[in-house]
Design a binder for this molecule. Structure first.
Ligand code: ZN
Length: 211
């Protein structure tokens, strides 16, 4: 089975210290790296930085956060990184279970899409998908939330001060003006899915029909 591009490799883990420092944009303290770059920030949130060289060994249950952010923003396949857009402009999406539901009834997910070419192979080779899966398409997406770790300022009289982790993997909404975002390190984005529709397994059936 192909190793999905979304997966993290051990050599991509970076042990970067986190600090709280004054940020003139928000006019308050916020979580940061010692050498933040523009790509570390999105939706007012600092995100986990990983390497991108796929060095070391892959880890099935861990995701590379920067690659995942691009996949979800640009609708690229979690397996092969190709576009998931179909000729009709919609995007293929493959779910292990049903997507989660936001309080307003809209479907939300923390899974990137899977392209039409990779869906049959994923269904045939992934044990989790063999038990239960749902093939669908969506018209579009919008940023919704993020799974984050929360930090608070450690002891110290002058900025920057070291950050101390106080909460592991909670979900926060990407609301502009949310105070939580300044204290959070983003690990996995959640998207709101627009016009989710189930799709018949045409691709898989065609493959099975071939001699
Ligand atoms: Zn693909």
């Amino acid at each position: 089975m192909r190793i999905p591009d979304q997966n993290l490799w051990t050599g991509e883990l970076l042990d970067l210290p986190l600090f709280f420092d004054w940020d003139p944009i928000v006019e308050d303290i916020r979580l940061s790296y010692s050498d933040p770059t523009d790509d570390d920030w999105d939706h007012g949130l600092l995100w986990v930085r990983h390497g991108l060289d796929r060095a070391g060994k892959f880890r099935w249950k861990a995701i590379n956060t920067p690659r995942t952010r691009v996949m979800m923003r640009e609708h690229l396949c979690m397996v092969c990184s190709r576009s998931c857009q179909r000729p009709d402009g919609r995007y293929w999406w493959l779910f292990v279970n049903d997507p989660d539901i936001a309080p307003d009834g809209t479907s939300i997910t923390n899974l990137p899409p899977t392209c039409g070419a990779c869906i049959p192979e994923s269904l045939a080779t992934c044990p989790r998908l063999a038990e239960r899966s749902r093939v669908a398409s969506v018209a579009g997406t919008s940023p919704y939330a993020a799974t984050v770790d929360l930090y608070e300022p450690g002891p110290g009289d002058s900025l920057p001060v070291p950050a101390v982790k106080v909460c592991h993997e909670v979900n926060v909404l990407l609301d502009k003006g949310s105070e939580w975002l300044r204290y959070a390190l983003g690990k996995q984005p959640w998207l709101m899915l627009h016009d989710l529709r189930d799709e018949p397994l045409v691709l898989a059936e065609q493959q099975e029909a071939q001699p």
